[in-house]
Ligand binder design. Sequence first.
Ligand SMILES: Nc1ncnc2c1ncn2[C@@H]1O[C@H](COP(=O)(O)OP(=O)(O)OP(=O)(O)O)[C@@H](O)[C@H]1O
Length: 259
Amino acid sequence: MHTKQNIQRPSNGTREKSIMLEIKDLKKSFGDNHVLNGFNLKLFEGENLVIMGKSGSGKSVMIKCLVGLLQADSGTIKIMDHEINTLNQTDLDTLRTEIGFLFQGSALYDSMTVRENLEFPLRRHKSKLNNAENIDKLVHEALENVGLVHAIDLMPAELSGGMKRRIALARTLILKPKIILYDEPTSGLDPITSKEIIELMRNVQKQYKTSSLIITHDVDCARVVSERIILLVDGVNYAEGTFNELASSTDAQVKAFFK
Ligand SMILES: Nc1ncnc2c1ncn2[C@@H]1O[C@H](COP(=O)(O)OP(=O)(O)OP(=O)(O)O)[C@@H](O)[C@H]1O
């Protein structure tokens, strides 16, 4: 486990890899509520980095700053070497197509079939299509990767919660993002369905070689998917390490997460 002083040192094996996402000294307050007080992270190519923190610790605020839904008070955010504050809207939009999101509210469009839900991002981002590919092929490929080809003509109302989450993941994957942001990917799912989603996240990483930032309270999810975990406490990186390093920590605050 790393201390606050050397927290940015990557684990062995990630040292040579390029940095996909970097947050430096991020600060965000709402009045007297100082939520982020100098948060840092580096997401390396091909890794799954989990952020854990108590409810209200600022995980969602951090993600919102990352995707531009909130303006940070200070600090820098770099996505694949581009500092987002220096980009114009067109460049920012292009960069955003490299990022996939699976948020708690990643709702499907209720009035569209599964196929239409998956076609939607492709039609919006036509630049992501190359000549050799056609929409139908990409939709099938994305559904195969989440094991739901048979659901192609169903309406969202006909899907279980776990199926909806898998289709939302397929819709994210269809644009072949380099980075995926997951916000509580297993929340609201029963233990068996959660396990399926967790396995799927692992497969996605292998198959699509994505780099993922995963916010979760789910210790099982963190154990299975993470290469590294950062614990966010009082708006700063409190501890960082592999699952085993953190789970065997004797620090009371760290232990509280792995009970
Ligand atoms: N738009 C906002 N205006 C004012 N305060 C906000 C706003 N968004 C978040 N906050 C505050 O920031 C703090 C952190 O909230 P945040 O949603 O990031 O927590 P979290 O770690 O994601 O929690 P959870 O695990 O419960 O989702 C909370 O005190 C919240 O009230």
